[in-house]
Design a protein around this ligand. Structure first.
Ligand code: ADP
Length: 472
């Protein structure tokens, strides 16, 4: 058994703002089939603390950023959790990373430094008789973990996974002492990034191995267009970098057992869910495809392009249902589109509704400018909902474009477009409507999608192989 400590700032089903939580929540269970025992170290936000039943105190750290920290051990939803109970850092009304006013918590560097300090202590001393062979950190919030472990004799091996390089965990250099960082490593070869401390760069420079969530994103990260300033760092560490595509949690996203919908085994079972979705969103029947979006409404997701290309879909009798929340301007713009009888929008975050929307849609639209992996297109494949995606990152790796050759070979699963512009999206929407108009072709696309192996089996095996190499 290889013992792995997963260090993460979110984890489904306890706390989630995006795909990272899905991955952190599903991977430990998927790894049990590969002789890997993963425990998850997570901040004790109110939503996490509320779900702990009879937690056991297993570690104490005195005076970390003005308060004592207890580490609590508990099992929730099949996950072995180690929770950082630090009310002065995590017991707050607001989001995981930002307050109710939408601004980042001013002490985010300290909050996630505390998470990493606990990880480093567990790496050094073990916890309740359990010593990890590997510490695996996710995104910038875990970036200081390998940095704090540098130079420790017999330290566990370290892995950093980049879920989204847009978030880099910047801090003022004045905080170097307070964060317990080695000032001599505030250099280009250390954690310095354009005159600031970057927690993500610290992790990328110090970890033994780096992974990201698709092969295409791994290659894109070494380019100026996608590396967000860290392309040189990634390139310098290319020998330690690999791409492992995310899977989906089959127990949550499975159309045959999904309690949020009318379950179905084959594409014919989608009709009931489509009718129910149209009713729920006040849409009438229409001749074109019912396209859906489940997404954060941000620049990354390219949904401003959809606003521009929308007339193409509506002219063909297509419909649009949007479930999302995010930038106020995009929320308002989508709300305004509901003046069309074939557009319906729900601004908010709603897990159950996301299942109904994905099951009821004919097609899902994911026109992201960049997408490390993307999960909604994977859910859609599993549910026989045809993905229309931009040709980038994980979207490029998980959808097979309905080119004439792929259609002839009956292996196509969706539509891809490039470059990521409103024009190209408009052309892709026309292609989608044409495919939808040919019922036999559409059915083949749906069936091919439902047959794709999108669960964790293969990718959990890839993580397990990486861990095995590291502990050799
Ligand atoms: P990202 O992590 O960049 O937001 P992903 O596609 O990797 O994008 O993961 C997004 C996750 O969040 C998916 O599980 C998706 O279903 C979920 N999600 C996004 N927006 C909403 C929403 N408004 N309501 C419910 N679930 C949502």
């Amino acid at each position: 058994m290889i013992k792995v400590l997963s260090v993460t700032s979110e984890c489904a089903p306890l706390v989630k703002t995006g795909g990272l939580a899905d991955v952190a929540g599903a991977l430990p269970l998927a790894l049990t089939a590969h002789e890997v025992e993963m425990r998850t170290l997570l901040p004790g936000y109110p939503a996490v603390m509320a779900k702990l039943k009879k937690p056991k105190k297993v570690m104490e750290l005195a005076n970390i950023f003005g308060g004592n920290i207890h580490v609590l051990q508990a099992k929730v939803a099949g996950l072995d959790l180690l929770v950082v109970d630090a009310p002065h850092l995590f017991d707050r009304v607001g989001g995981l990373y930002a307050g109710p006013d939408g601004h980042d918590w001013h002490d985010n560097p300290e909050r996630f430094s505390a998470l990493c300090q606990v990880a480093a202590k567990i790496a050094r001393e073990g916890v309740d008789g359990w010593c990890p062979d590997i510490c695996h950190g996710h995104d910038w919030q875990a970036g200081l973990m390998p940095e704090y472990m540098r130079g420790h004799a017999d330290r566990p091996a370290t892995v950093m996974t980049i879920h989204n390089i847009a978030f880099q965990g910047m801090a003022d250099p004045k905080s170097i002492g307070r964060l317990g960082l080695d000032p001599y490593r505030f250099t280009r070869d250390g954690y310095e990034f354009w005159g600031k401390v970057s927690a993500l760069k610290a992790g990328l420079m110090s970890a033994d191995q780096i992974t990201t969530v698709s092969k295409t994103y791994a290659a894109e990260l070494m380019t100026e267009e996608f590396g967000m300033g860290l392309e040189g760092v990634i390139d310098a560490r290319r020998d330690a970098l690999s791409g492992i595509v995310n899977g989906i949690d089959d127990s949550t996203w499975n159309p045959t057992t999904d309690k949020a919908i009318t379950p179905y085994k084959s594409v014919s079972g989608k009709a009931k869910n489509k009718t129910a979705l149209q009713k729920e969103f006040g849409l009438k029947k229409s001749g074109g495809p019912l396209c859906v979006v489940v997404s954060r409404l941000t620049e990354q997701k390219g949904l401003d392009l959809l606003l521009q290309a929308l007339p193409t879909l509506l002219d063909r009798g297509g419909q649009l249902v949007v479930l999302g929340t995010g930038d106020a301007s995009l929320e308002a713009a989508f709300r305004a589109e509901t003046r069309h009888k074939n557009v319906a929008v729900h601004i908010g975050y709603d897990e159950d509704m996301s299942h109904r929307v994905i099951a009821g849609g004919d097609a899902i639209l994911v026109p992201s400018r960049f997408e490390p992996c993307g999960l909604t297109q994977l859910y859609a494949l599993r549910y026989g909902t045809v993905p229309l995606v931009s040709l980038t990152g994980g979207l490029a790796d998980t959808v097979i474009n309905a080119s004439p050759a792929a259609l002839a070979m009956e292996c196509a699963t969706g539509v891809q477009f490039s470059p990521v512009t409103a024009n190209a999206l408009s052309v892709a929407l026309t292609h989608l409507c044409d495919l939808y108009a040919s019922k036999p072709t559409w059915k083949i696309l749906q069936r091919n999608g439902m047959k794709q192996p999108v669960d964790w089996a293969a990718s959990a095996g890839a993580y397990a192989a990486l861990y095995k190499d590291l502990v050799k």
